[in-house]
Design a protein around this ligand. Structure first.
Ligand code: GRF
Length: 203
């Protein structure tokens, strides 16, 4: 399976995917890493691993749609079977979502459907929830709203702050994401063009 990774930040989830491949837990070829931020650590990690790394900063394009089109055309050029959003922090427009329906997944640091969007750890702490975590889900037009593939739970501690909680969730993300990608790569979780998730979402 050919995998393209989208990432805006430090790239620890990309590193976890590469570690899983090196350890024989993920049978896949990483054919490109794409970022909206030229300085993203994820691009460095990709280059060091010999994976083509592409930066497409939004300011180089007229508007969001034009950036999306350029980014996802570059992604399409590497002919991925699966696109993994591993800390890609921009909204993805409907056209790109439709183009890769059922072939694009995202990792999000909350137990969806709770806490879509940003600042998930602080929001969980503010609500005093006992359990927080991370989710891997299919990307649909609804922000962080696509069908969930799997989740990892993390118990919230009385002395947690957002940073401490984020660190424990991140450690779980690093196991969850490679496991989900391996499910798909091994054909144990298959998506068809006309698939409909249990909640009625068309994939
Ligand atoms: C992760 O917490 C991920 O869930 C979120 O952004 C963060 C990315 O971290 N969407 P990294 O760049 O993989 O280290």
């Amino acid at each position: 399976m050919r995998i393209a990774v989208l990432a805006s930040g430090r790239g620890s989830n990309l590193r976890a995917l590469l570690d899983a491949r090196a350890a024989g837990r993920l049978d896949a070829a990483f054919v490109g890493t794409f970022s909206d931020r030229p300085g993203a650590g994820a691009l460095e990690i990709a280059r060091a691993a010999g994976i083509p790394a592409h930066a497409l900063p939004p300011r180089a394009y007229a508007d969001r749609a034009a950036h999306d089109e350029a980014l996802f055309s570059a992604v399409a050029d590497v002919q991925p079977d699966l696109i993994v959003c591993a800390g890609y922090m921009r909204l993805i427009g409907d056209a790109a979502v439709a183009r890769f329906a059922g072939r694009m997944i995202n990792i999000h640091p909350s137990l969806l459907p709770a806490y879509r969007g940003l600042h998930t750890h602080q929001r969980a702490l503010d609500d005093r929830v006992p359990v927080h975590g991370a989710s891997v889900h299919y990307v649909t037009a609804a922000l962080d709203g696509g069908p969930v593939i799997a989740q990892a739970e993390v118990a919230v501690r009385a002395d947690d702050d957002a940073e401490r909680l984020a660190a424990r969730v991140l450690a779980r993300e690093h196991r969850l994401l490679p496991a989900c990608v391996a499910l798909i790569a091994d054909g144990r979780l298959r998506q068809l063009d006309d698939a409909v998730a249990l909640d009625g979402t068309r994939l």
